[in-house]
Design a protein around this ligand. Structure first.
Ligand SMILES: Cc1cc2nc3c(=O)[nH]c(=O)nc-3n(C[C@H](O)[C@H](O)[C@H](O)COP(=O)(O)OP(=O)(O)OC[C@H]3O[C@@H](n4cnc5c(N)ncnc54)[C@H](O)[C@@H]3O)c2cc1C
Length: 471
C-alpha cells in the first residue's frame, strides 16, 4: 500500500512517512524511554484518521492488501503494546479527541478514543461529576488506550476498573465494518457481550472509535494521608485487614523500604526509609467515622505514625508516592528498572507475594522495589540492574520471571493492568491453559482472519515467527 493509496482515503496532512513521525511511533513509554528492551520498530507510514469513516476506509484497504495496522494512542504502554512489530501502518488515534456529549442526568459522557483523562475530568467536572477509574497515567494517556489495555488505577479498590465504567463502544473491525457493542442503558442482557471482548484486546480485534462512559458524582468529602510502619509484614498485614474489614478506602497504596528510600532521596524528604501505606477516603458524609475505624486497624499493626488530612496537606503526605515513578529511574545512575512488573494476586496472598519478591532480590543481590495498588492485590515491582553487566541483567530477568511465576501459582495474574503486549506473551498459556488460549485465537481468527490488527502481540508463538498459530 503506497502513500498515494492512503492519500486517496485521507488528506496529505493525515499521512506521514517522515522519519521523525515513524520514530515517534516505533515504541512505547518503556521502549522509547529505554526502560526496557525490546527494540523500537519503525512503521512504514503513520496515519492520523479524524473520523470513524476514515478509520474504516484505511482498515478495509489495508486488509485487502495484507498490510498490518497497529493502533497507536498516547504510547504510554509498558509492554510494547502499540509497537508495530511488522511495520506497516501505525494508526494514530490522537486526532480523534473530541468530547462528543455529556448527559449529566444519565451520568454519561460520549468521547472519541483520543480524548485524554484531563479532558474527561474537565467536561464531567462542569456538572459536578468525574470519571473514577483513571490509571496513574490518566493525565498522559487516552480513553482508547485505557479501554484497549483494560487499565485500572489507584481508585480501583473503591470504584473498579475502566472496564466497569464502559457502557457502549463503537468499534471498527479489520474489514472496515463498524459495529456498536454494549448499550447506553445501565445494563443489558441482549446477545453476546462483545463490548467486554474489546476491553483489553490491545488493538488486536478492532479499533475503538467512540465510547460511552459512566460517570460518578464528586464526593463532598476527600481526605488522605500516610501511615509509616516498622516492618513490611506490619504494613502488608494492615493493608489486608483494612481491605477485608470493608473499610471504604478510595485508594490504598503500599511502598516498601526500598521504594521509600528512593522516593526520599528524590524528593529530599526527611522521612524514615520504612514501609509506608498511603490512603485516601471519599464520602458524602461522615468521612471521619471511616477514618477512625481505619485508624484502629492501622494502629493495631504498630504503625509508627498515621496522619490524615485534607487539601494541600493531603497532597504533601502523598508526595513520596506520587513522585515514585520518577524516583525509580533517578535513584542509581548505574542501575535502571529492568521491566515494570504488575502482577496481581488475591489479597490473602499479597503480603507473601511481596516478601517473595524481596527475597528473590536478595538472593540475586539486586535491589527490588515493591509498591502499588495494594487494595487490589497489585504488586508493582522494579528490579534494578546495570544494563552493561550481563550477569546482572540475566539475574534480574530470572528474578522478574520468578515473581510472575509465583503470582500465577497462587491464583493471580502476570499482568493486573499493563496488558500482554510483547512483554508478557510467554506467560499467557501458564496463566490459562492451551485450550483457553486456543479459544482466544479462535476469536482473533473470527474477527480478524488476515491478522491485520496489531500482529505479533498477545499470543506466545508470535515471539517466534510473528504470527498466530494456524489451526
Ligand atoms: C508512569 C506510568 C504509569 C502508569 N500507570 C498505570 C496504571 O496505574 N494503570 C494502568 O492500567 N496502566 C498504567 N500505565 C500504562 C498505560 O499508561 C496505560 O495502559 C494507558 O491506558 C495506555 O494508554 P495510551 O493512550 O498511552 O495507549 P497506547 O499505549 O498508545 O496503546 C495501548 C494499546 O491500545 C491500543 N489502542 C490504542 N488506541 C486504541 C483504540 N482507539 N482502539 C483499539 N486499540 C487501541 C494500542 O494498539 C495498544 O495495544 C502507566 C504507564 C506509565 C508510563
Amino acid at each position: 500500500m503506497t502513500e498515494d493509496d492512503l492519500t486517496e482515503i485521507l488528506s496529505e496532512r493525515q499521512v506521514s512517512t517522515a522519519e521523525d513521525a515513524r520514530a515517534e511511533h516505533s515504541g512505547d513509554w518503556a521502549t522509547l524511554s529505554e526502560w526496557v528492551t525490546p527494540e523500537p520498530v519503525m512503521p512504514d507510514v503513520v496515519v492520523y484518521p479524524e473520523t470513524t469513516a476514515e478509520v474504516s476506509a484505511v482498515l478495509e484497504a489495508a486488509t485487502e492488501r495484507g498490510i498490518p495496522v497497529t493502533p497507536y494512542a498516547a504510547g504510554t504502554s509498558l509492554e510494547g503494546n502499540p509497537v508495530p512489530v511488522h511495520g506497516g501502518i501505525s494508526m494514530d488515534l490522537t486526532r480523534m479527541d473530541t468530547v462528543l456529549d455529556v448527559r449529566p442526568d444519565d451520568f454519561q459522557i460520549d468521547v472519541e478514543p483520543g480524548v485524554m483523562g484531563p479532558a474527561v475530568q474537565e467536561a464531567a467536572g462542569d456538572h459536578g461529576l468525574f470519571f473514577p477509574p483513571l490509571p496513574s497515567s490518566g493525565d498522559i494517556s487516552t480513553i482508547g488506550g485505557m479501554i484497549a489495555n483494560a487499565a485500572s488505577g489507584m481508585q480501583t479498590v473503591k470504584y473498579g476498573e475502566v472496564a466497569d465504567w464502559v457502557l457502549e463502544l463503537e468499534v471498527v473491525l479489520a474489514d472496515g465494518s463498524v459495529i456498536t457493542t454494549g448499550s447506553k442503558a445501565p445494563k443489558t442482557s441482549a446477545g453476546y457481550n462483545l463490548r467486554d471482548l474489546f476491553v483489553g484486546s490491545e488493538g488486536t480485534l478492532g479499533v475503538v472509535t467512540r465510547a460511552t462512559l459512566e460517570l460518578a458524582g464528586r464526593p463532598a468529602q476527600r481526605r488522605g494521608g500516610r501511615a509509616i510502619f516498622p516492618t513490611l509484614q506490619d504494613a502488608t498485614a494492615a493493608v489486608r485487614d483494612v481491605v477485608t474489614a470493608g473499610v471504604d478506602v478510595a485508594k490504598i497504596e503500599l511502598m516498601d523500604t526500598t521504594s521509600a528510600r528512593m522516593s526520599n532521596t528524590y524528593t529530599g524528604a526527611s522521612l524514615p526509609d520504612a514501609p509506608m501505606v498511603f490512603l485516601e477516603f471519599h464520602a458524602d458524609h461522615n468521612v471521619e467515622d471511616e477514618i477512625a475505624f481505619c485508624r484502629d486497624l492501622i494502629e493495631s499493626h504498630d504503625a509508627e505514625s498515621f496522619e490524615i488530612a485534607g487539601d494541600d496537606r493531603m497532597d504533601e503526605l502523598w508526595e513520596a508516592r506520587t513522585e515514585l515513578a520518577y524516583a525509580l529511574s533517578e535513584y542509581d545512575p548505574d542501575r535502571q528498572p529492568l521491566h515494570a512488573g504488575d502482577v496481581t494476586v488475591p489479597i490473602s496472598e499479597y503480603g507473601s507475594m511481596i516478601e517473595y519478591a524481596k527475597t528473590r532480590g536478595e538472593e540475586a543481590s539486586l535491589p527490588v522495589a515493591c509498591f502499588g495498588h495494594a487494595g487490589d492485590g497489585n504488586v508493582h515491582y522494579a528490579v534494578l540492574v546495570d544494563d552493561d553487566d550481563e550477569s546482572e541483567v540475566e539475574r534480574g530477568k530470572a528474578v522478574y520471571a520468578d515473581i510472575v511465576d509465583r503470582a500465577i501459582t497462587v491464583g493471580g495474574t502476570a499482568t493486573g493492568e499493563h496488558g500482554v503486549g510483547r512483554g508478557k506473551r510467554q506467560y499467557l498459556v501458564d496463566e490459562y491453559d492451551e485450550e483457553t488460549v486456543e479459544a482466544m485465537r479462535a476469536v482473533k481468527r473470527a474477527l480478524d482472519p488476515t491478522d491485520t490488527l496489531n500482529p505479533g502481540k498477545m499470543f506466545p508463538e508470535t515471539e517466534d515467527d510473528g504470527r498466530i498459530r494456524e489451526k
